[in-house]
Design a protein around this ligand. Structure first.
Ligand SMILES: *Cc1c(COP(=O)(O)O)cnc(C)c1O
Length: 318
């Protein structure tokens, strides 16, 4: 496992509390899954004692996306049979994720992010290999409520082993219809376009992201470093109280140092611009030197350019 933000931390914490033996790579908050370090551990593990490798695909606390396919490549390169577990809560349905192609054995997602629903439903997608291994796993990890066998036996007839949250399924059907109507590729492209506008807006304000390199930048959430001497928590409080806008606060190690703009789900350019406008006002009110309009203008330029390009492409196609 690797820890580089509050969500990846919570997984490490959970695994340890479940009594699993965890090899945790500590990574700078702002970077992601350290492929080289994972590779060293995998290469050294000739006896195949490592049973699973964990990937927090999109670290929501720092706005960092990791290379999940890269983890598969390195396991394959060393012929290592470890399973890959992936937290896709803030990536699946918003940015590219290919469970079969990348050979991900367990992927978990939640209703409250890219699926655009209230919190309350989570999804676990399980490979055939993981299902087989679950059958033979030692009894100390036996589960009742989360037994795959119970779930599969009843699912086959359209039932669940427990009372299912039927109302959520209606919501999920509607959400999936929206996603498939737009088309997943278009959904991913939209998230990238909107996120890039937010990033340009952040740059326009003269601020920096918590993501330390471009390759880590997340298309679903941006964690923005506040200038020295400005309290990120105050920015969030001011945004909420004065401008009725909810930003994500900095969590744990980055508390007070960042605020976060979530840009996933049912979202468009104008909504991103309003978030940037609220950020500018809240930052200025919290004591930051911000030229009002500087972030919004940078994002507007990008969105206009992208819109013009889309129109030109459509005309060319016609
Ligand atoms: C939101 C989120 C979770 C889930 O949080 P819960 O509060 O447990 O629903 C887990 N991982 C990531 C990366 C998230 O963004």
């Amino acid at each position: 496992m690797s820890r580089f933000g509050q969500f990846s931390h919570l997984w490490v914490n959970m695994a340890e509390r479940l009594g699993l033996e965890v090899h945790c790579c500590e990574v700078e908050w702002g970077a992601g899954v350290p492929l080289e370090e994972y590779e060293r551990a995998i290469e050294a593990d000739k006896a195949h004692e490592i049973k699973a490798v964990f990937v927090t695909h999109n670290e929501t606390a720092t706005g960092v996306t990791s290379d999940a396919a890269g983890v598969r490549k390195l396991l394959d390169a060393h012929g290592h049979p470890a399973l890959i577990f992936l937290d896709g809560v803030s990536s699946i349905a918003s940015i590219d994720f290919r469970q079969d192609e990348w050979g991900i054995d367990l992927a978990v997602a939640g209703s409250q992010k890219g699926f655009m629903l209230p919190a309350g439903l989570s999804f676990l997608s399980v490979s055939t290999k993981a299902l087989e291994i679950a059958k033979e796993t030692n009894r100390s990890m036996e589960k009742c409520y989360f037994s795959f066998a119970d779930m599969i036996a009843t699912n086959d007839n359209g039932y669940f082993p427990y009372t299912p949250p039927t109302q959520f399924f209606y919501g999920l059907r509607a959400a999936l219809d929206l996603l498939f109507e737009e088309g997943l590729d278009a959904v991913f492209a939209r998230h990238h376009r909107l996120a890039e506008g937010v990033r340009r807006g952040v740059g326009g304000m003269g601020l920096k992201l918590q993501a330390v390199e471009t390759k880590w930048e997340s298309d679903t959430v941006s964690a923005i470093r506040v200038p020295d001497g400005v309290d990120g928590a105050a920015v969030c409080r001011i945004a909420f109280e004065r401008y009725r806008t909810s930003f994500g606060a900095g969590l744990s190690k980055v508390a007070g140092k960042v605020f976060r703009i979530g840009h996933l789900g049912d979202l468009n350019e104008v909504m991103c611009l309003s978030a940037l406008a609220a950020a500018e006002m809240s930052l200025a009110d919290a004591g930051a030197k911000i030229d009002l309009g500087s972030g919004v203008a940078a994002a507007q330029a990008w969105y206009r350019e992208q819109a013009a390009e889309a129109v030109a492409m459509k005309m060319a196609a016609e």
